[in-house]
Design a protein around this ligand. Structure first.
Ligand code: NAD
Length: 394
């Protein structure tokens, strides 16, 4: 079939297998061009490995330091001629490239929150890999069925305490308007913590420790975001921010356990705001990203997921020396985003943006290009007029 993008609000309901493979290759090439990460990880588990930051972490580990990787993700294969989700095609392309390079690449498609998928991962690691030295926890999910209680928790993106009004952009239609979001109830906030907080990360680490599948000195990292005051009510001070506070609590708890196990370590890396399937669903944030891209591209400091993760691994996690933490014990690769010379122009542009001047004042075009690339569209060298087989298997 010929596959074209079909954008519905903040999602694209189609994905292009050849385009996704080209996108993977582009990221592999970028990591290789930076040279080897000499003291990098060797056996890596990535939970949330098929798109965004988790995928970029997996590519960096494999092609930056020759690591064996096991990827956990929740993706839909193609059904009845309908294209699969991009994470399915990404994972197939990654696996082919890794195996062609002589690297182990295992995959488990299923609910990472469940006991069954954890058991499957443990069995795979025991049989095929041996003890893991890096666990990357990079899930972004709208819901979690709790493995003990069976309760289905749904996360939400809402402010806490008071309604929040700010500008937002419909990235598809290019319309800038005000949006008011009512505050979350306590139950909604607690549900968001249950989905995006740290309990599941702790469950993964406990399961690996119990099975004696953590190498002495193992590292674990999960990702967070802070951002500028424009987005604080909906992000840092909202329901998702409360979940991230819990993720930091979990980081400290896991760190203490790993310290006792061969001087291992666990922490949060605060990453840059980037176009991913998860971030495009957050109100206000896509407008911020469009302005941020404009300013950072002009300053020559713009990075995508792959550059962020390559920098995290090469200059922080595996720099051959000590990691630089902020006052809260977090690694910051949002440092370039948060520089005053970036944030000041962003703040100056923010109040001026309207539907009419959106294209001139922001990088909405860059946002759209990045967004379509997530689904395998707009890659150079791919013939989008050609027939392509949507059904792809590992
Ligand atoms: P993403 O949507 O691109 O990736 C989410 C991953 O989680 C995918 O691999 C998906 O398959 C997997 N997943 C979701 N539910 C699952 C389940 N039940 N079982 C197994 N796998 C599941 O998201 P992202 O933007 O890369 O976010 C990853 C992390 O990075 C999140 O913690 C997010 O808060 C954080 N982060 C994102 C940004 C940003 O701007 N995108 C910035 C800083 C930090």
């Amino acid at each position: 079939m010929i596959i074209k993008p079909k954008v519905r609000g903040f999602v694209c309901v189609t994905a292009h297998p050849t385009g996704c493979a080209a996108h993977i290759q582009e990221q592999i090439d970028q990591v290789k061009a930076k040279g080897p990460i000499k003291q990098g990880p060797k056996k890596v588990l990535v939970i949330g490995a098929s798109t965004g930051y988790g995928l970029a972490s997996r590519i960096t580990a494999a092609f930056g330091s020759g690591a064996a990787t096991l990827g956990i993700f929740f993706e839909r294969p193609s059904e009845e001629g309908r294209p699969a989700t991009p994470g399915w095609y990404n994972s197939i392309a990654f696996t082919r490239a890794a195996r062609a390079a002589g690297l182990y690449a295992g995959n488990i498609n299923g609910d990472a929150f469940s006991k069954e998928i954890k058991a499957q991962a443990i069995a795979t690691i025991a049989q095929e890999m041996g003890p893991i030295d890096l666990v990357v926890y990079s899930l972004a999910s709208p819901r979690r069925t709790h493995p003990v209680t069976g309760v289905v928790h749904k996360s939400c993106l809402k402010p806490l305490g008071a309604p929040y009004t700010n500008k937002t952009v419909d990235t598809d239609k290019g319309i800038v308007s005000d949006i008011t979001i009512e505050p979350a109830t306590e139950a909604e906030a607690a549900d968001t913590v249950a989905v995006m907080g740290g309990e599941d990360w702790e469950m993964w680490m406990d399961a690996l420790a119990e099975a004696k599948l953590l190498a002495p000195g193992a590292t674990s990292v999960a990702y967070s975001y802070i951002g500028p005051i424009h987005t604080w009510p909906i992000y840092k001070d909202g329901t998702i921010g409360r979940a991230k506070v819990d993720l930091e609590r979990a980081a400290h708890a896991i760190d203490a356990k790993l310290k006792a196990h061969g001087n291992g370590r666990a922490f949060i890396s605060v990453n840059k705001a980037l176009v991913t399937q998860a971030s495009s669903a957050i109100p206000v944030v896509p407008l911020y990203i469009s302005i941020l891209y404009k300013v950072m591209k002009a300053a020559g400091t713009h990075e995508g997921c792959i550059e962020q993760m390559q920098r995290l691994f090469a200059t922080q996690l595996y720099n051959g020396s000590t990691i630089k933490f902020d006052g809260e014990g977090r690694v910051r690769v949002d440092d370039w985003e948060m520089r005053p010379e970036i944030q000041q122009p962003v703040s100056a542009i923010w109040p001026q943006v309207t539907t009419e001047n959106l294209a001139a004042l922001t990088d909405i075009e860059g946002y759209r290009t990045e967004f379509l690339k997530l689904f395998g569209f707009g890659l150079t060298g791919v013939n989008y007029e050609a027939e392509v087989e949507p059904h792809q298997e590992f």
